[in-house]
Design a binder for this molecule. Structure first.
Ligand code: HEM
Length: 429
């Protein structure tokens, strides 16, 4: 059974759900890794220090982490240089003691007060984008893509005009081109784009660090720059942290916003309830995170032999933790495919758990709550106006198009729209 192919892009919850029933701790030759799909196993690994977050050389899911050797041609060296600095200095790919130090330094920058201060900024950009969108628009291209990158620009103290935001987004996408691939398989065009992306991100980081202007010394970047000697981020760590914030902080949110609207479009009773009881928004965002799980799987490597679910995961074996399957495990979440507001168990794994728990979680929740609420308050009669389209991306459950209309005289019959909904939407029955 192919686990990481087209059928999974079409309906990952069905494919991984079946695997969870049949073989929850599954060895896959396809990805040369154990694939874990049960909530209890995924949660256990996330909290288990015997599993490493480091990316190993030659792994299928990341670029090499050693600098290219003398035999590597210049082209390969240039493509890998930025990726190498990023992977080796990012907190998400590090273990203690490196992770403990980076997490403490970067965590000091992400204080709740810094995130709360962004609420008016998120509101401003949401309203600006909705003003420009009119009454017939695409949720993905007009809101879900540009909003997170605009907010990140503000967070980093470099307000981005729409053109800059688009260029930065392209640089993030192109920077990830060598990810999971043999670098020599990149076409000339991909190679050129990956190298250009590394330079563009390097230039952006320099701008963030130098053009501080009137920025408050205790804003996020001010805090990242603070500290002395060992208690200070190196230039490589600052580069890796800012690039990580850009990458981790935008596509996941694009996924949550786009898919979140798709769910809400199909739940008119819930939309009516939210109009009367806006205090239900936090519970709705939690459920949307669980049901969508934008980052569908993450990776760990066993440092020693570990027994799990009757199997032995050997030291050095890779594991793929399918967060999306864990979050719909009926053993843990009764009626897992439905959006249920009053669940007794709410701790899912959409934002991870344990030492690497998402540092941007408060920002992700704030941004989703404000953007979705503003959208529905402005367009209470929002409805689909075409076929939603998904990116052929297995790791991120991402829409690339979601046409909608708030006009009462819609031109597309609703039964056509309903048929276009993916099988994981609540419209399945
Ligand atoms: C819906 C939005 C988001 C989702 C679904 C998401 C998901 C995740 C997940 C699953 C992890 C854990 C990775 C692991 O254990 O290997 C993580 C870590 C992280 N996230 Fe998020 N994230 C989101 C938004 C954000 C935002 C807005 C930011 C910052 C601007 C951010 C920054 C980070 C960072 C820095 C880490 C690494 C933490 C560490 O390794 O200690 N994320 N995220």
């Amino acid at each position: 059974m192919e686990l990481f192919g087209e059928a999974t892009v079409a309906d990952p919850y069905a494919v991984f759900g079946e695997l969870r029933e049949r073989d929850p701790v599954h060895w896959s030759d396809e990805v040369d890794a154990w694939v874990l799909t049960r909530f209890a196993d995924v949660r256990a690994v996330l909290h288990d220090q015997r599993f490493s977050s480091r990316v190993l050389d030659g792994s299928p899911s990341a670029p090499a982490t050693s600098p290219p050797g003398p035999a590597a041609d210049t082209r390969t060296s240039r493509v890998l240089a930025g990726a190498y600095t990023f992977v080796n200095n990012s907190l998400v790919f590090s273990d203690p003691p490196q992770h403990t130090r980076l997490r403490r330094l970067v965590g000091q920058a992400f204080l709740p007060s810094a995130v709360e201060a962004l609420a008016p900024v998120v509101e401003h950009h949401t309203r600006r984008l909705l003003d420009a969108a009119g009454t017939r628009f695409d949720v993905v291209t007009d809101l879900a893509e540009p909003l997170p990158i605009a907010v990140l620009g503000e967070l980093l103290g470099v307000p981005l005009l729409d053109g800059d935001a688009r260029r930065l987004k392209t640089a993030c996408d192109d920077f990830l081109l060598p990810w999971g691939r043999d670098v020599s398989s990149l076409s000339d065009d991909e190679n050129r784009r990956a190298v250009a992306a590394s330079s563009a991100l390097g230039a952006f980081v320099d701008t963030v660090l130098t053009q501080r202007g009137n920025a408050a010394p205790d804003d996020v970047v001010g805090r990242l720059l603070a500290g002395e000697a060992d208690e200070r981020l190196t230039h490589e760590e600052l580069f890796a942290t800012i690039v990580l914030l850009l990458i981790a902080g935008h596509e996941n949110l694009t996924s949550l916003l786009g898919n979140g609207v798709l769910w809400l479009l199909d739940l008119p009773e819930l939309r009516a309830l939210l109009g009367e009881q806006p205090d239900q928004w936090p519970a709705v965002i939690d459920e949307l995170l669980r049901l969508i799980t934008p980052n569908q799987f993450i990776r760990r490597v066993a440092r020693e032999d570990v027994r799990l679910g009757g199997r032995t995961i050997r030291a050095g074996d890779a594991t793929v933790l399918v967060l999306a399957a864990a979050n719909r495990d009926p053993q843990h979440f009764p009626d897992p495919d439905r959006l249920v507001l009053d669940r007794t168990e709410r701790r899912d794994v959409a934002l991870g758990q344990g030492p690497h728990y998402c540092l941007g979680a408060p920002l992700a929740r704030l941004e989703a709550r404000i953007a979705l609420r503003e959208l529905l308050e402005r367009h209470p009669a929002l409805e689909p106006a075409g076929t939603p389209r998904y990116a052929p991306n297995l790791n991120l459950r991402m829409l690339t198009a979601l046409p909608v209309s708030s006009s009462p005289d819609r031109t597309t019959p609703s039964h056509e729209n309903r048929a276009a909904f993916p099988s994981d939407s609540p419209g399945r029955g």
